[in-house]
Design a protein around this ligand. Sequence first.
Ligand code: URA
Length: 244
Amino acid sequence: MGKKLRIDKYLSDMTIGSRREVKNWIRKGRVYINSRPCWNPDEKVDINEDEVTIDGDKILYEEFIYLMLNKPQGVVSATRDNRDRTVLDLIKDTRTKDLFPVGRLDKDTEGLLLITNHGELAHRLLSPKKLIDKVYYAKIKGKVTKADEEAFLGGISIGDDKPCLPAKLDIIVSDTLSEVKLTICEGKFHQVKRMFEAVDKEVIYLKRLSMGSLTLDPSLMPGEYRRLNEDELKQLKCLTNIFN
Ligand code: URA
């Protein structure tokens, strides 16, 4: 047995139509449940057991959606915004109802952003108690040195009540324009930029490469997204202790 839903909600959740349109289709006898016509929009269906069709086409119910987006620069990590394009504006062939980005990347940051409608999973991934690692690639104006590595590892202060937790800095290129990878396990506001400011350097390009077990698919160009595969989802659920 699975979760039970009203047939009009089941169909409108799948955004095949608004609640009103769906009711109309039901009235016209176009909707069948387990091979018999359904005339009642209040009728409950089991999302796992019952077979729902419209005009003979099977409509499967997908309760949760998980998308991996390579966020491009210039869009904001929000569901709605009066001025800027949002990450949800990039989602085209999937229902966007109830979807939201898990956490925030700055408008000028690129890279991995999970988009889902699974509130509990998102909540656990973002929980400060969970200390989920986030790995960033950054280009830095200024010569990043061993002293910066040590300062980050020791927990650098960025002006908040408490200093940052230890963070691992890997220097890829150390020059007037440096390249680094940085692993942090918190999600303070503008954290990476502020950590480099604290050592008198400036982040000029920032891209998130991973979050916990989830790694950005390198074949996704900025602005592209795909559904998580089974393995990625299994690992994320394991990380967040979600067993369903
Ligand atoms: N740290 C930042 O400064 N910006 C981001 O977008 C993410 C982490």
